[in-house]
Design a protein around this ligand. Structure first.
Ligand code: ZN
Length: 62
């Protein structure tokens, strides 16, 4: 399930594609949000808020 973007996501630090989306997981209700690259499937850790997930993505390095 994809969530509308609430923050600007940078291109993927792994593959360089502008294909990142915020995703809501049903597995971890406490920390449901993470960012995944649709091109190479890189992900962040899970966060309680979409903003936290977006920040983690934008600060991520390979
Ligand atoms: Zn990627």
């Amino acid at each position: 399930m994809n969530i509308p973007k609430t923050a600007e996501l940078k291109e993927c630090p792994f593959c360089g594609e502008d294909a990142a989306d915020i995703v809501k997981s049903t597995k971890y209700p406490e920390n449901p949000f993470y960012v995944q690259c649709d091109a190479c499937l890189a992900t962040t850790n899970s966060f309680r808020t979409t903003e936290g997930a977006a920040k983690a993505w934008n600060e991520r390095h390979p």
